[in-house]
Design a protein around this ligand. Structure first.
Ligand code: SF4
Length: 712
């Protein structure tokens, strides 16, 4: 019999990298992924993929994959191969014993914006309903928790009101703290095409560094790091002075304008130009472009969010939209971009310690009672849970004794990295549920559980524009790797036998669809209502934007078109937050301010992109960028090895002269960990200070000094 090659099939899913959420068609033979194409039907990307998305099929390297459960029975011992039953029984016993002895808050879960919505939901139910702790937080805390707070405080709900088409339809775009060209490449290409078709569209980029995104800008405001609030207050000052505010909108739909007016009085153009380190003429021009624009849209990302003033930065920017009535209409509105592929799904399912499913608050007794009733448990925990930085500090000082980490690499991505390594090394029991065993965090796993990865599991994700896509399994996971929700529920069933024996199981899910079906009813009558949605609708009608209430025919493209906001009064809130400088300032010992960010072709800690040689073509190693004057001042040359020091640690790496970085500043990509750098990685330098409301840490502003490396 001749051997017939299996036919190539195509399975529709989404890219697993950024929050644009591009549709991808996986080419496969049922066993192996052979290639990828952009999905021409997907409304995020219409068939296009960036350098990362188009190489997805080259990144599944089995040499880097976790394939079998591995368990170590004591610190200092090597892990050895286990089987799923023994591994999960062991984990359930350790968690149950820890909870009995030290209480439910002695355990914690740290999960990820890479997970699917169904995975998130299972973890939330496990932590809050079964264990009885709010100690469940996500790496999305590092990414967009300031935007969550910003939307909620100003508009009443965590809901980006715009969509991707609005980016193309705007007349004036303000891109603040976002290098879209690298971080959201396909959206940037859509913007490039729109600007080419309508050159009269004006683009303002606010970024201390001149990035590739600035190539498209009519105006680049290279503000000093951390001065965004002063800038936005200064722009509002000019808008009011020039009469470019919409008084009718302010009167009809907002509250709090008078208090803000008196605050911004002191933010004169002279004062703001001085604080922000920009020309007054540029500030006036920015205000004029915004004030005279028929449709003004703002986009922002980590530059605003990763800050001790992240919430205030978000609110100050949203103030500009409320003052000009530029929200709830075509081509206008405040539009935060999410970093991770399903950070939005995490927000929806309540995967930050202070949230509950359906955009509820863990601190709200009514919300807790609603969810408890739905889950069939007596109550949900009232004690506040810990956010990412707080949670790992609690591990380090011994308050948390059993930690479950899923699909994320805190040993690399959290600030003040040496303390995180200390925490992981001393934690009595660390479980790591992960597809790639190569991450720094896996090194600390007492129990390593192999997870299925992209293309190997089914579920749903929500992208930056509130659009939900059904992601599908194309090929089986390798060896014994399992989908995340399967691992979580299997563990949960074992734990409930120990913690609540004899009671009906809370985790009877048969498949990812049954998780979605249970979860969606918790959103009913909430602002994000997706109770009318199903896998079948997503399959038949394509990806949909929430809200999608029961009986709806299609999703909702734009929010707040009627000027009604989900606040107590139905009005949007102006917030008069003062401008506060960053926590670390330049001084004689640390005279440079370090900014961190993304490269075009790498993703996060490189566990996936680091396996594809082609993706090192754009930048093959971590290099520190300094203005040529700073190199001259220190008698350094491009290519020389330097030591970069902050108050927390040091790294050795090459330096390069870069005119795009202003004097007094430094720039370093965030991707490299200790697999690639001498020392621990970029975050050995960054500070753990965080925003008081969003608890998002200040990853983009740390005092540093650079000197020639002393060679051994
Ligand atoms: Fe993937 Fe983002 Fe690139 Fe789209 S833009 S292909 S989602 S990395």
């Amino acid at each position: 019999q001749p051997v017939v090659a299996p036919a190539t099939q195509h399975t529709a899913t989404t890219c697993c990298y950024c929050g644009v959420g591009c549709g991808v068609l996986i080419e496969h033979d049922g066993e192996k992924i052979l290639g990828v194409q952009g999905d021409p039907e997907h409304p995020a990307n219409f068939g296009k993929l960036c350098s990362k998305g188009s190489t997805l099929h080259l990144t599944g390297d089995l040499d880097a994959r976790a394939l079998y459960p591995e368990l170590r029975l004591g610190k200092g011992l090597a892990r050895s191969r286990s089987d799923w039953d023994s591994a999960l029984d062991h984990a359930a016993n350790v968690f149950a014993e820890t909870i009995r002895e030290h209480g439910p808050d002695s355990v914690a879960f740290y999960i990820s914006g890479q997970l699917l919505t169904e995975d998130y939901y299972a973890f939330n139910k496990l932590a809050r309903a079964l264990v009885g702790t709010n100690n469940i937080d996500s790496n999305s805390r590092l990414c967009m928790s300031s935007a969550v707070v910003g939307y909620k405080r100003s508009l009443g709900a965590d809901a980006p009101p715009c969509n991707y088409e609005d980016i193309e339809l705007a007349d004036c775009l303000l891109i603040a703290g976002s290098n879209m060209a690298y971080a959201h490449p396909i959206l940037f290409r859509r913007l490039e095409a729109a600007k080419a078709a309508r050159p009269e569209m004006k683009i303002i980029v606010v970024d201390p560094r001149r990035t590739d995104t600035c190539d498209l800008a009519d105006l680049h405001l290279a503000i000093l790091p951390g001065t965004d609030v002063a800038l936005f207050h200064g722009i509002l000052h000019i808008l009011m002075w020039e009469g470019w505010v919409d008084h009718a909108y302010i009167t009809a739909h907002t509250e709090g304008f008078e208090a803000l007016k008196s605050l911004v009085r002191e933010f004169t153009p002279t004062a703001v130009a001085d604080i922000c380190g920009i020309a007054q003429a540029d500030l006036l021009r920015a205000a004029e472009l915004i004030g005279k624009s028929p449709a003004f849209l703002s986009l922002w990302c980590m530059g605003l969010n990763q800050s001790t003033a992240g919430s205030a930065k978000n609110s100050a920017l949203i103030n500009l939209h409320l003052a000009t009535g530029q929200i709830g209409k075509i081509g206008a509105g405040p539009f935060s971009l999410t970093g991770q592929p399903n950070a939005m799904g995490g927000r929806e399912t309540g995967s930050l310690s202070n949230l509950l499913p359906g955009h509820r608050e863990a601190g709200n007794p009514e919300h807790r009672a609603e969810v408890a009733r739905y889950w069939g448990v007596n109550s949900l925990p009232e004690r506040p849970g810990l956010s990412a930085v707080e949670l790992f500090e609690a591990v380090r000082v011994g308050k948390i004794k059993a930690l479950w980490i899923a699909c994320t690499n805190p040993a690399q991505s959290l600030p003040d990295q040496q303390k995180i390594h200390e925490a992981l090394a001393t934690c009595p029991f660390v479980v790591v549920q992960e597809a790639f065993f190569t991450t720094e965090t896996c090194h600390y796993a007492d129990l390593l559980l192999p997870a299925a990865s992209w293309g190997e599991k089914e579920g749903s994700v929500t992208n930056s524009e509130r659009r939900i896509t059904h992601v599908r399994r194309a090929v089986p996971a390798p060896a014994e790797a399992r989908p995340d929700w399967v691992i979580t529920c299997d563990f949960a069933r074992r734990l409930e036998q120990l913690l609540r024996p004899g009671l009906p199981s809370l985790f009877t899910f048969l498949d990812s669809e049954s998780l979605f079906e249970e979860y969606k009813h918790l959103t009913s009558n909430r602002d994000l209502d997706l109770s009318g949605l199903s896998y079948a609708i997503l399959d038949n009608q394509g990806p949909q934007q929430w809200p999608f209430p029961a009986g709806a025919q299609q999703g909702t493209a734009r929010l707040y078109e009627d000027g009604h906001f989900p606040t107590a009064s139905g009005r949007a809130q102006f917030l008069a937050d003062p401008y506060c400088a960053g926590k670390e300032k330049r001084d004689t010992r640390y005279p440079l301010l370090l900014n961190t960010g993304r490269l075009r072709d790498q993703w996060h800690g490189m566990s996936r992109t680091g396996t594809a040689a082609r993706l090192f073509g754009h930048a093959e190693e971590a290099v520190l960028s300094l203005h040529p004057d700073e190199l001259r001042r220190r008698s350094l040359q491009t290519g020389e090895l330097v030591t970069l020091r902050s108050r927390r640690g040091e790294l050795s790496l090459p330096v390069q002269a870069d005119e795009n970085v202003r004097p007094g500043q430094a720039y370093l990509p965030m991707h490299w960990g200790n697999r690639f750098l001498k020392g621990l990685g970029t975050n050995v330098l960054t500070q753990p200070a965080f925003d008081p409301l969003s608890k998002q840490p200040e990853l983009k502003l740390s005092g540093v000094e650079v000197s020639k490396a002393e060679l051994p």
